[in-house]
Write a protein that binds this ligand. Structure first.
Ligand SMILES: Cc1ncc(COP(=O)(O)O)c(C=O)c1O
Length: 397
């Protein structure tokens, strides 16, 4: 038999292995540890949504739907965007031509990179960065230019960004509210980005999947509120995060009509359309339960507060968390171990799984900027009992 030779087969992603999220979740399961590593809710989707998806399936809504998404869902997404970010806009968002429903934000990100990145292009990403950006850029023939967020506040130094822009620079990726640091971009950040994008003719891929989870009265600054910036952007979100249904893989991309047309050309060949019953269910949820989204920030803020308060009794330094469902802990007072070793030890010996921060950095960036970076990420999208139990174990250290 003529089998594939694994020593001569050339991988298109030679540096990519099992993700740290899979690794830590597997380790947590093996050792019966409380899993605060991977970012998924411990609680169920809203009852209404569960009923709505069952009804859609029972009613026979089980065939392909339009490739860009159910028109009724596009309309609902348009209305949501207008309500949250475009109160002062002269006209409603043209949802039929500017919104595409995707199989999770992951597909939207992949298609967005395929839409703008050409062979030889450079894409600026900020470390620590979510892990799906770089492989998507590389598969499109581009390369990432990694810039470290500043320490200790995880902000972006826009002067440094401007210095990094060259003739090959094609796009900038932003992510706010930010995974893994829980920080938010401010209006001044978006204004600085808007200037660079306009002056240098760049595109923006804005990952806003945690858009409805911001705390202490802070507002999410969306690219969708900045018309000039939006004109060169693709904004990506995820109903998986908003409705606690990460396994449904339902996301969307909002972009100007010209970019959307290109985005849709690629989307149709990646998946053609996204799971129809979930689109019906989410359409109804958005129509009949707008309060879920309005209450999401308070729901997660309460969870953050439960965990952070319980961690006050530990030797960990809890870093400020303004959004997402992640909080960072500085463990310098607890251990000298490297973050990957520390997380392994924490999972196997203490019984709490966390995610180390170093895998979110390009190796060179990590060496240059964050040599003594002893920080791990905890996910607080868990029941309060789970959070308190984990904090109790961490208090013993
Ligand atoms: C920053 C960020 N972007 C995108 C995604 C992917 O979202 P989805 O599950 O909808 O594909 C995640 C999921 O964890 C994320 O944290």
């Amino acid at each position: 038999m003529n089998t594939v030779n694994t020593t001569t087969f050339q991988s298109k992603l030679p540096h990519v292995g099992t993700s740290i999220f899979t690794e830590m979740s597997q380790l947590a399961a093996q050792h019966g540890a409380i899993n605060l590593s991977q970012g998924f809710p411990e609680f169920d989707v809203p009852e209404f949504l569960k009923g709505a998806i069952s009804e859609a399936i029972a009613a026979g809504k089980n065939q392909y739907c339009p490739s860009s998404g159910l028109p009724a869902l596009l309309e609902q997404i348009g209305a949501l965007v207008d309500r949250c970010y475009r109160q002062n806009a002269a006209a409603p968002l043209d949802a039929m031509n500017c919104v595409t429903v995707t199989s999770g934000a992951t597909e939207a990100l992949w298609v967005a990179f395929q839409t703008v990145v050409r062979p030889g292009d450079e894409v600026i990403v900020f470390d620590p960065a979510y892990d799906s950006y770089e492989p998507a850029v590389e598969l499109a023939g581009g390369r990432c230019c990694h810039i470290a967020m500043t320490a200790p506040d995880y902000a972006i130094d826009w002067e440094q960004v401007e210095q990094a822009i060259n003739a090959n620079t094609r796009a900038i990726v932003i992510n706010s509210p930010h995974n893994p640091t829980g920080t938010l971009l401010k209006a001044s950040d978006l204004e600085a980005l808007q200037r660079l994008v306009t002056v240098y003719g760049l595109y923006v891929i804005s990952d806003e999947v945690y858009e409805h989870m911001t705390f202490d009265g802070e507002r999410h600054e969306s690219v969708l509120s900045y018309p000039e910036l939006f004109a060169r952007s693709m904004v990506i979100s995820s109903f998986g995060k908003t409705f606690h249904c990460t396994g449904w893989k339902l996301g969307y991309c909002v972009a100007p009509a010209v970019l959307t047309a290109e985005f849709r050309k690629i989307h149709q060949y990646v998946t053609f359309c996204t799971f129809t019953p979930a689109q019906y269910a989410v359409t109804e949820m958005l129509q009949s339960h707008p309060g879920h989204i309005d209450e999401l920030a308070a729901f997660y803020q309460q969870k953050r507060d439960v965990l952070v308060k319980a961690l006050q009794a530990t030797r960990f330094n809890v870093l400020p968390c303004k959004g997402t469902y992640f909080v960072l802990l500085d463990y310098a007072a607890v251990s000298d171990k490297k973050d990957t070793e520390f997380c392994h030890w924490l999972t196997t010996e203490v019984g709490v799984a966390a995610i180390p921060l170093s895998p979110f950095y390009q190796a060179e960036v990590l060496k240059a900027y964050h040599r003594d970076h002893k920080v791990v990420r905890l996910c607080f999208a868990k029941n309060n009992g789970t959070l308190l139990k984990a904090a109790g174990l961490l208090c013993q250290l």
